[in-house]
Design a protein. Structure first.
Length: 239
């Protein structure tokens, strides 16, 4: 009888200790799908619980924020986080989650969302000259914003033979016979849908200078180099 009572007490102690250990077991499994955003743009993110096999929990989950700035909130039943950053200061707060088990497994995690300034195109308005029949390439640069970015031609027309890559912001190609000055505007849009003001650009397409190859190399320089190399044996023989 005493042996049976001893086993029963050990079992009860184990259950109590295991139940106590469940508190906070979910800390490392809390995830937020967006930890970077752009100032002044409405934010919508989603908390999830990515528990590994064996770290099971029971729905429904209950989500709550602690220490979040005014205007930021989470939907208790779904974990959807919303808010609009008013400054470029990082947003830091704590999120709590509790499942519906009898022991109420819980999780707590400190969250920081990086807030970026609005995107701005920093490439100069006057682009390098292009030449008919010569390969051309220039990359538009951006600061601020939240990657990935999308690039578009906002107004005007590009020289025939050139195209803008919408993902990389590279303007490239080979201009055809249409020489002249081209004016157009480029716009960049970041992941937070924060559009920069359109920036105007000017690109001059000129006739290919005599001796300029299709890759932009001066063929006259190449002939000069060959001539110099050809004279080396003569110098050696004279010595």
């Amino acid at each position: 009888m005493r042996k049976f009572l001893g086993i029963l007490l050990v079992m009860l102690f184990t259950l109590v200790m295991c139940g106590t250990a469940l508190a906070g077991e979910l800390d490392n499994f809390i995830e937020l799908d967006k930890d970077e955003w752009t100032v002044g743009k409405a934010y919508t993110g989603n908390f999830t619980l990515d528990a590994e096999e064996g770290e099971d929990y029971n729905d429904p989950l209950a989500w709550a924020l602690v220490g979040a700035p005014g205007g930021w909130s989470v939907v208790e039943a779904t974990g959807v986080l919303t808010g609009t950053p008013g400054t470029e200061d990082p947003i830091t707060f704590t999120v709590n989650v509790t499942d519906s088990t009898g022991t109420a497994k819980t999780g707590t995690k400190s969250i920081t969302i990086t807030i970026n300034p609005e995107p701005e195109i920093t490439t100069g308005a006057s682009l390098p000259d292009g030449y008919v029949g010569v390969s051309y390439s220039v990359t538009f640069a951006v600061t601020g914003g939240t990657a990935p970015f999308k690039w578009t031609v906002d107004s005007g027309e590009l020289p025939e033979g050139l195209a803008l890559d919408l993902d990389s912001g590279v303007l490239s190609g080979t201009p055809n016979d249409e020489i002249g000055e081209y004016e157009f505007s480029i716009k960049v849009t970041d992941h937070a849908k924060a559009e920069s003001a359109s920036e105007p650009f000017t690109l001059n397409i000129k006739e290919k200078p005599e001796g300029k190859g299709s890759s932009g190399c001066d063929t006259g320089f190449g002939f000069l180099a060959l001539a110099l190399l050809g004279s080396i044996p003569l110098v050696l023989r004279r010595k």
